[in-house]
Structure formats: structure tokens, C-alpha cells
Design a protein around this ligand. Structure first.
Ligand SMILES: Cc1cc2nc3c(=O)[nH]c(=O)nc-3n(C[C@H](O)[C@H](O)[C@H](O)COP(=O)(O)O)c2cc1C
Length: 303
């Protein structure tokens, strides 16, 4: 069997497959399906300084090749996370990415101050949530630089900055995160999207605009991962519509060190395990001993 171990800074992942933020909360129900220690990692639900009830109205709907959602970061707040969820998560034998979000810099700082008092090894800084009010910091290079620098100065934990696809040039945003001290970038968060109920003439979501995830966004996410791989030297976690081992390998060939899997789990909770098996089978079939050998190997056509 090939080596599937990869590293992000000094954190070792037993395999490159991580369950992405927002699709399994803090893992408690998901744990009923399989032993979480089989995963390379688990990114928690985006956690904010204070408890949030999320958006009113409908929150999720299946659409062709994916899902639209507008959850609005419902979560119990950082104090509850630290007291009641983190200890359980840290006992699961997989890498825990504490995904956090704030309304402004001050909130991010207060959350990180609290996480600094814990053994949480990795922070995934969500500066790209499409379902909260206010322009997220992650849609400009200046905002990305500002928040990444502030948090970098505050913590020695492995810092992953999660990027928005709702920007003109994601490579420039990734560069801003890298030059401000991010250890890695993860991308993409979901894509702004919409649905209208033609009978009521109202947007489906009370927030009017929601977010699109799932299979349909894979080619867009892959293109963005490739662009970011050409722009920065820090590790990349590729996210967006990954459903099969073949797609995970495409992400890795584009330059990703890990992949995060989200919407695919709604259809098949075992998708992350199947992806790990499919990566393994492909590497074995090709006689490749180590997954690290295929990272970034895509050979672009001369143009
Ligand atoms: C229901 C739902 C909730 C999500 N909540 C969060 C969140 O709290 N924080 C975050 O960074 N991303 C969140 N995301 C975005 C995912 O982590 C991921 O970036 C996106 O869905 C694309 O991956 P996928 O197509 O594999 O789902 C959420 C996605 C879904 C579907």
C-alpha cells in the first residue's frame, strides 16, 4: 500500500482526506457511521465568539449536481466549543481543524485568545463565509492581509486561511495570506448563488442569496486550486465538490496537499472513506509508492 501521509507545517495527516467545515457539526452524529480516526482530519462547524441561531427561513435545498444553502453560521459559540466539544474531538485520533469566523477583527482576536489556552492544534480561519452579513474580509487583499497578520502575531498554532471563490483573482488573495504569515490556505468556500420561488415571487432564502456547494463546483474549485498553486509556495487544502478518489487526485495533481470533502457526505456519509480507498487503489495500480510524488505534477500545455 502506498504512503498516504502528508504534512502541513509540522502537522502530519495520516491521509489527505478531511471532512470540511459545516457538514458534520462537531462530529458527534457522524461518528455513528465510522471511526473518525480513519480520516486525515475533521474541520469543525464555523464557530463564532457568541452563540448564533443562524438565518431564518429555509436553509438548504438540493439542486442539480449540488446543494444550495444559507445556514448563517448557526453554532453554540467558542466557549461552548472549548468546554464541551473540543475535548471529545481531540480524543478521536484525527487532526482537528478548528474553523472560526468573526464579524470583525476584534471578534477573531477574542476567539483566538481563547483557543490559545487549549490544545487545539490547527486554526482554519474562515474569512470567506458567504452567508453572513457584511463584506467578508477575504474578498480583498488588504482585508486578507490585515486579519492574517493580526492572527499570525497572536498564535503559534498551525494557521490555515480559508479563501472565498467570490473574488476576481484568488491567486492574489492567496499571496496576501502567504505574505502575512498563513501556514496554508484552504479553498474554496461555497459560491454565491440564488433560487427564486416563482409562485411567491420571493427568493427561496430569507437572506435572498445563498451558497452553492457540491459536484457542480468541482471544476471551478480545481481551476482555483491550480491558480493558487501557481501563486504561492505554502500548502493548499483543495475544497469544492470532491466526490471521488479521481477528483481528489486531480486536486492533488493541481497542487493540493489535502482535500476537504463536504456536500458529497449528504448523499453518502461514507464518501471520505471511499475517496481514501480509491486514492489508494489508483496509486497501487500505477505503482506509485507515495502520494507526495503526485502533488502538483500536472503538466500544463504550452500556449
Ligand atoms: C451546509 C453547509 C454548511 C457550511 N458551513 C461552513 C462553515 O461553517 N464554515 C466554513 O468555512 N465553510 C462552511 N461550508 C463550506 C464548506 O466547508 C466547503 O467549503 C464548501 O461546501 C465546498 O465544498 P463541498 O462542495 O465539498 O461541499 C459549509 C457548507 C455547507 C454545505
Amino acid at each position: 500500500m502506498a504512503n498516504l501521509k502528508v504534512n502541513i507545517k509540522d502537522v502530519e495527516f495520516k491521509n489527505p482526506v478531511i471532512v470540511t467545515s459545516g457538514v458534520i457539526g462537531y462530529g458527534r452524529e457522524y461518528e455513528e457511521f465510522f471511526d473518525l480516526s480513519k480520516l486525515g482530519g475533521l474541520a469543525t462547524k464555523g464557530t463564532t465568539l457568541h452563540k448564533r441561531n443562524g438565518n431564518p427561513g429555509k436553509r438548504i435545498v438540493e439542486v442539480p449536481s449540488g446543494l444550495l444553502f444559507s445556514v448563517g453560521l448557526q453554532n453554540p459559540g467558542i466557549d461552548y466549543y472549548i468546554a464541551s466539544e473540543l475535548p471529545n474531538l481531540l480524543s478521536k485520533g484525527t487532526n482537528i481543524l478548528s474553523n472560526i469566523a468573526g464579524n470583525d477583527e476584534a471578534e477573531y482576536c477574542k476567539i483566538v485568545e481563547k483557543l490559545n489556552e487549549t490544545d487545539a492544534p490547527i486554526i482554519e480561519l474562515n474569512i470567506s463565509c458567504p452567508n453572513t452579513s457584511g463584506a467578508p474580509l477575504g474578498t480583498s487583499c488588504e482585508g486578507t492581509e490585515r486579519i492574517t497578520k493580526i492572527i499570525r502575531e497572536m498564535t503559534d498554532k498551525t494557521l490555515i486561511v480559508k479563501l472565498s471563490p467570490n473574488v476576481a483573482d484568488i491567486g492574489e488573495i492567496a499571496k496576501a495570506a502567504e505574505s502575512s504569515g498563513a501556514d496554508a490556505v484552504s479553498l474554496i468556500n461555497s459560491i454565491h448563488a440564488m433560487k427564486i420561488d416563482i409562485n411567491t415571487r420571493r427568493p427561496f432564502f430569507h437572506n435572498n442569496v445563498g451558497a452553492y456547494s457540491g459536484e457542480a463546483i468541482f471544476p471551478i474549485a480545481l481551476r482555483m486550486v491550480w491558480e493558487v498553486a501557481n501563486a504561492v509556495n505554502i500548502p493548499i487544502l483543495g475544497i469544492g465538490g470532491v466526490t471521488t478518489g479521481e477528483e481528489a487526485i486531480q486536486m492533488i495533481m493541481a497542487g493540493a496537499t489535502c482535500v476537504e470533502v463536504g456536500a458529497a457526505i449528504f448523499r453518502n456519509p461514507y464518501a471520505p472513506l471511499q475517496i481514501i480507498d480509491e486514492i489508494n487503489a489508483w496509486l497501487d495500480a500505477k505503482g506509485i509508492q507515495d502520494i507526495n510524488e503526485i502533488r502538483g505534477v500536472v503538466q500544463p500545455w504550452e500556449r
